[in-house]
Write a protein of this length. Structure first.
Length: 405
């Protein structure tokens, strides 16, 4: 039996109205799955790579370069698809399982090789066929051997127990206290030690919670300065107890954020006469955004949208107690009383260069060395002489005296 025409048309209109509702509902469900599921997944990734105390262990070298020839003054290496720092001018460390050296000037280029000036610093002789790794530390694990000056093991008492440090004596009553970054160790602060030592400053390369030989944070988490500043305060107190009248803080990457947190929170901030920052992590949230922008969605391979990163950070904040706004140290930068020497590479893939640009605008007294083409903490490596001259001039100014290197 045929339905009346009017009834059929009404049914069709109802079906047409239901289609948009069903479509919206489906899209809503898919968006919820994408953002909540994806946000949860990437909050796990964030925890494993940036928030867990275990994430702080210094990265082990990857021996992915092959030596093809060695002379007393040069080394030739095969150039891989991703050369990293191999073709970058400057001074770089070259490490193999039984030794360490430095490569400097590029001498020659072959079809798939590069020859650079080479100086062996320690260990067994480098020979053709050896697998090596390049790094930007530029000095071997034994700091006394690398620097050619006495380096002593010391320790200081802090809020969680005893913290190890390396100490280089000097005649002045202003000490330099050096803080490394995440996934690094005390050796990562060594590049500026020779200049500070020549200027007469006692130098202490410190550890802080979650370092390999330091106490663990009870939460098992990295807090990017929220708790670690107390460890720095303990190191400053140690220096004062040993005769220091003031200190110069030297912070690399996350160490720069710890220094900023200390300057904001500690009564001992008044004893800081100057601050040297290299690629400081002044806003952890924006560093996470930069890192996330280089990640890809599983299966489809598309870049992570910023909206998904925002959801992942929101979830991580609730799962792991991350107070993102309190990790933006730029908000307090205008209140930093001490002069700052700031180094920042324009090609930094870890800390957004824009955050250092903002620090230079906000803080009261900043000498800004913006190094074109430098990746994270590579400013010294690209031009050690320029870097050391900047440190010498800055230290001379903050000490109120003429210092000669």
């Amino acid at each position: 039996m045929n339905q009346p025409v009017g009834t059929t048309q009404a049914s069709q209109r109802r079906r047409r109205r239901r289609w948009p509702i069903a479509t919206v509902a489906s899209v809503t469900v898919l968006a919820a799955v994408f953002y909540l599921g994806g946000g949860w997944y990437f909050s796990d990734y964030l925890y494993q790579h940036a928030l867990s105390g275990a994430a702080k262990r210094a990265a082990k070298p990857t021996y992915d370069l092959t030596v093809t020839a060695v002379t007393p003054a040069t080394v030739t290496l095969r150039v891989p698809t991703d050369p990293g720092q191999l073709l970058t001018p400057g001074v770089w460390g070259i490490q193999w399982p039984t030794g360490y050296g430095q490569v400097t000037r590029i001498v020659a280029r072959g079809d798939n090789t590069v020859t650079r000036d080479f100086r062996q610093m320690t260990g067994a002789s480098l020979v053709a066929g050896t697998k090596v790794a390049l790094d930007n530390k530029a000095f071997p694990n034994n700091p006394s051997v690398g620097l050619g000056i006495p380096v002593h093991d010391v320790s200081y008492q802090g809020p969680l127990g005893s913290y190890p440090a390396w100490f280089v004596p000097g005649p002045r009553d202003t000490w330099a206290i050096l803080l490394h970054g995440n996934s690094m160790d005390r050796l990562d602060t060594i590049k500026t030690v020779p200049t500070l030592h020549r200027l007469g400053l006692p130098v202490m390369m410190i550890s802080y919670r979650n370092d390999a030989a330091a106490p663990r944070d009870p939460s098992g988490m990295l807090r990017y300065g929220q708790t670690e500043w107390r460890d720095l305060a303990a190191a400053v107190q140690y220096a004062l107890s040993q005769g220091a009248r003031s200190v110069v803080l030297v912070g690399y990457s996350m160490g720069g954020g710890i220094a900023a947190s200390f300057l904001e929170r500690s009564p001992l901030a008044a004893r800081v006469s100057g601050v040297i920052l290299d690629c400081p992590m002044m806003d952890f949230s924006r560093s996470v955004d930069l890192g996330a922008s280089k990640q890809r969605l599983p299966l489809v391979g598309l870049p992570l949208p910023q909206s998904l990163t925002d959801v992942a950070k929101w979830i991580a904040g609730r799962r792991y107690g991350v107070e993102w706004s309190s990790l933006d140290y730029l908000k307090g930068a205008a209140r930093i009383h001490a002069p700052i020497l700031l180094f920042q590479g324009t090609a930094d893939q870890t800390v957004p260069a824009a955050t250092s640009d903002e620090l230079a605008r906000i803080a009261r007294d900043v000498t800004y060395a913006r190094v074109r083409g430098a990746d994270h903490l590579d400013s010294w490596n690209l031009d050690p002489s320029r870097y050391d001259r900047a440190v010498q001039a800055f230290v001379g100014r903050v000490l109120g005296s003429s210092v000669a290197a």
